[in-house]
Design a protein around this ligand. Structure first.
Ligand SMILES: [Zn+2]
Length: 111
């Protein structure tokens, strides 16, 4: 059941578009995660180039695993950020659907 009238903290955007969820994030934290993902994209591009250039497969694998850890770390940061802001609010507002959804996402992320 939605109780939009009693919602707090969800800053409505000027253009009236709802964010994916009504909870708020720290924009600086989100920016930091976006920057990390941009670096990982660059890193992955360089791995692609290594393959194209016929670099040693062991070296390519090492770099691939480095990209994988970067992506995992970005996911962990997002998870922490989401726990600190959205999930805390969801618990306060008894928003069980959001908590349930996050549980499923954590299962997929940890797999
Ligand atoms: Zn969130």
């Amino acid at each position: 059941m939605e109780q939009t009238s009693s919602r707090q903290g969800g800053t409505p955007r000027e253009d009236g578009v709802q964010s994916p969820h009504s909870h708020t994030h720290d924009p600086q934290e989100i920016r930091a995660i976006v920057n990390r993902l941009s670096r990982s994209i660059g890193h992955l591009e360089s791995v692609k180039k290594m393959l194209e250039d016929g670099k040693d497969c062991a070296d390519v694998l090492i770099q691939l695993s480095a990209v994988r850890s970067e992506i995992n770390n970005a996911g962990k940061l997002l998870l922490k950020e989401h726990m600190e802001h959205c999930i805390v609010e969801a618990v306060e507002q008894n928003d069980t659907a959001s908590i349930e959804k996050m549980n499923k996402a954590i299962d997929m992320f940890m797999k």
